[in-house]
Design a protein around this ligand. Structure first.
Ligand SMILES: N[C@H](CCC[C@H](N)C(=O)O)C(=O)O
Length: 277
């Protein structure tokens, strides 16, 4: 066992243990990640994050969900890692590479960061789905065929898979029950993050997300991006909107000129500690 210092952080309540692996590799097993994620016996987090060296960026960000699985990216964590890197280097801009591709983080005020998340992936086989469908509204319903409680969601990848239901129902029981049902639905060969979006007006969405591998979180950055992209594709919101999540607010701008999605939101450092892995 070796000890590793970490920083416990959150982005709009979505919380992370962030390990600096720039000088020394960090390769926890799935079981170790799950044990560390436990909010009773471990440190507790939605995702475990490692900052690793990169030859093409300021760092490579590796992401594990609380269930131990390594996944492509994490929007809220990109803000947190961006903040740490900018604070350490004194710069106002850093490039962070991920398994979903490179992103650019820039300062947006005190403990606020904007991340250029790149373009959304909108083809059915990019989400991915198990079969060809129109991703603006896919053929999926939850509940009885003749009276579904949820149906025709949007499907978007931000480098990780998202499905977004537009619904007024967002209570814990409904989000947890429906989200856990859809997360492993066979239509999503890589699993899926399940968003429940209530459009408040043309520039505000209330969103809750049942995350793949982490369950109901206080915020999901890529989920907020996916919900806004899905809403714009249906003509429900302007290209820039505020997404109100349990833990705060994220401003999402799907820029028409570049096609890139920009996410702006808060960063909070909670504490530091030492892992034994
Ligand atoms: N649960 C996600 C990873 C974390 C995404 C979320 N925390 C964010 O801020 O984007 C997945 O399995 O794709």
């Amino acid at each position: 066992m070796t000890s590793r210092p970490f920083v416990k952080m959150n982005g709009a309540g979505n919380d992370f243990v962030v390990v600096d692996a720039l000088a020394r590799p960090f390769t926890p097993s799935e079981d170790q990640v799950r044990a560390l994620a436990d909010r009773g016996t471990g440190e507790g987090f939605d995702q475990l994050i490692a900052m690793e060296p990169s030859s093409t960026a300021d760092a490579f960000m590796r992401v594990w969900n609380a269930d131990g699985a390594m996944v492509q990216t994490c929007g809220n964590a990109l803000r947190c890692v961006g903040w740490l890197l900018m604070e350490a280097s004194g710069s106002d801009r850093v490039v962070i590479d991920t398994a979903a591709g490179p992103t650019v983080a820039t300062r947006a005020g005190d403990h606020r960061v904007t991340v250029d998340m790149g373009e959304p992936r909108l083809a059915w086989d990019q989400v991915p789905l198990a079969e060809a469908m129109d991703t603006r509204g896919i053929e999926l319903q939850v509940g009885p065929i003749d009276a579904p409680v949820l149906h025709t969601p949007g499907a978007v990848s931000m480098g990780n898979p998202h499905v977004v239901f537009f619904t007024d129902r967002q209570d814990d029981g409904f989000v947890t029950g429906s989200g856990s049902l859809v997360e492993h639905h066979p239509l999503f060969p890589e699993g899926v993050n399940v968003g429940f979006a209530k459009v408040l007006d043309r520039s505000h969405i209330r969103l809750r997300v049942w995350e793949r591998g982490a369950g109901l979180t206080k915020a999901c950055g890529t989920g907020a991006c996916a919900a806004q992209v899905a809403a714009v594709r249906r003509g429900l919101t302007e290209r820039k909107a505020t997404v109100v999540v349990d833990g705060g607010e994220l401003v999402i701008d799907w820029d028409a000129a570049s096609g890139h999605v920009f996410m702006t939101g808060p960063v909070e450092i909670e504490r530091t500690g030492t892992l034994s892995v």
